[in-house]
Design a protein around this ligand. Structure first.
Ligand SMILES: [Zn+2]
Length: 149
């Protein structure tokens, strides 16, 4: 969950300081090109959220993210699991269907080849610009999936 310093951290929608009447969003995506990136790991005024056209989208994504976290907490052996979080909030993207998946490393993933093709193309097309270039989530995910059987 975002860490906000009251009166110092700023709302990414209005750039005013966060003093009160704001909500915190979890770290959802590190792709700076995603339309929901500004919300990721940020505090946002309720008023700004209510006036934002992405309000229902972001709340829906947060609900799916929370559901995935609960599901992950209930798995028997977390070490066998690869967590795929939000990859893109754009429903037009093929990559969208791979949002929020728990993958068991010990099972054959039938969509592996399709995922690798789509994710690699997404990267090659420059659609993923990581907020921390040394730690590109999608690139690392592709490397992990490549190692699966
Ligand atoms: Zn605001």
């Amino acid at each position: 969950m975002a860490i906000v310093f009251e009166g110092k951290s700023k709302c990414p929608l209005c750039y005013r300081e966060l003093v009160d009447n704001f909500m915190l969003f979890p770290n959802l995506i590190s792709n700076m090109k995603d339309i929901l990136y500004p919300f990721s790991d940020a505090g946002v005024h309720h008023e700004c959220l209510n006036n934002n056209k992405f309000k229902s989208l972001i709340l829906n994504i947060v609900a799916k993210n929370n559901a995935l976290i609960s599901e992950y907490r209930n798995v028997d052996n977390p070490r066998n699991i690869i967590v795929i979080g939000l990859l893109t909030s754009d429903i037009e993207e093929e990559l969208h269907k791979f949002n929020f998946i728990l993958l068991n490393k010990r099972q054959v993933w039938n969509d592996k080849t399709v995922f690798l093709r789509i994710a690699t193309k997404f990267l090659d097309d420059g659609k993923w610009v990581s907020s921390s270039p040394d730690n590109n989530y999608l690139k690392k995910l592709v490397e992990k999936i490549l190692q699966l059987q």
